[in-house]
Write a protein that binds this ligand. Structure first.
Ligand code: SF4
Ligand code: SF4
Ligand code: FES
Length: 231
């Protein structure tokens, strides 16, 4: 399999380049990550992140033939060659396929991604009805891979001001949690021309999410709640 990999080491290189590798595959190599690991046995200097190889940790997100995705859940058989691998767009490159995720996590932390509840903790769990728990489906499964946020033009232009689809999906995850008491504060915080309203419904986020989540739907729900509150 021919891989064409973005290579850039800011300590050594003046500018990035693409480097081709003809990787001999074994029958057990099913996913793109298998091919990348084999390429690394040919050239140990190729840098990329990976951990779980199961679509759970989110660390091997990259741009694959022009579309963001996870190397470990992308089937080799479905890829057109040469497979062009670039780092996630819109974030600074640390080396090769590794990007600096600081801005992504800064926006994620800004939405207070934890339960706010000032009632004294009960003996056991804070209970929900099955229906209340169902409201969190399609929200809690996010693995924070950043495929969506780094595919979003609104985030590219305003990474310091626009929360981005991943952060907004998580904002809605806590807004819709029956145990959370900070709904009003959360809506106040997002009621801003940039933090939420920079979303232009371009839908790239929905197109690339490897967990089939829909950040755009969550963003629209937040907007609806703001409108209802204002009436
Ligand atoms: S729908 Fe909104 S959040 Fe999703 S990619 Fe488009 S602008 Fe970004
Ligand atoms: S919403 Fe999907 S694409 Fe975005 S960070 Fe979560 S899992 Fe990744
Ligand atoms: S290696 Fe963990 S999601 Fe791919």
């Amino acid at each position: 399999m021919r891989l064409s990999i973005y290579r850039y080491d800011p300590d050594k290189d003046d500018k990035p380049r693409m480097q081709d590798y003809d990787v001999p595959l074994e029958p057990t190599d099913q996913m793109l990550l298998d091919a990348l690991v084999r390429a690394k046995t040919m050239d140990d200097s190729i840098a990329f992140r990976r951990s779980c190889r199961e679509g759970v940790c989110g660390s091997d997100a990259m741009n694959i033939n022009g579309k963001n995705g996870l190397a470990c859940t992308t089937k080799i058989a479905e890829l057109k060659e040469p497979v062009v691998l670039r780092p996630l767009p819109g974030l600074p490159v640390i080396r090769d396929l590794i990007v600096d995720m600081s801005q992504f996590f800064k926006q994620y932390h800004s939405i207070k991604p934890y339960l706010v509840n000032d009632n004294p903790p009960p003996e056991g769990e804070r209970l929900q009805t099955p229906e209340e728990r169902d409201d969190l489906n399609g929200l809690y499964e996010c693995i924070l891979c950043a495929c969506c946020t780094t595919a979003c033009p609104s985030f590219w232009w305003n990474p310091d001001k626009y929360v981005g689809p991943a952060g907004l999906l998580q904002a809605y995850r806590f807004i819709s949690d029956s145990r959370d008491q900070a709904t009003n504060e959360r809506l106040d915080d997002l009621n801003d021309p940039y933090r939420l309203f920079r979303c232009r419904s371009i839908m790239n986020c929905v197109d690339v999410c490897p967990k089939n989540l829909n950040p755009n739907r969550a963003i629209n729900k937040i907007k609806e709640m703001m409108l209802k509150r204002a009436i």
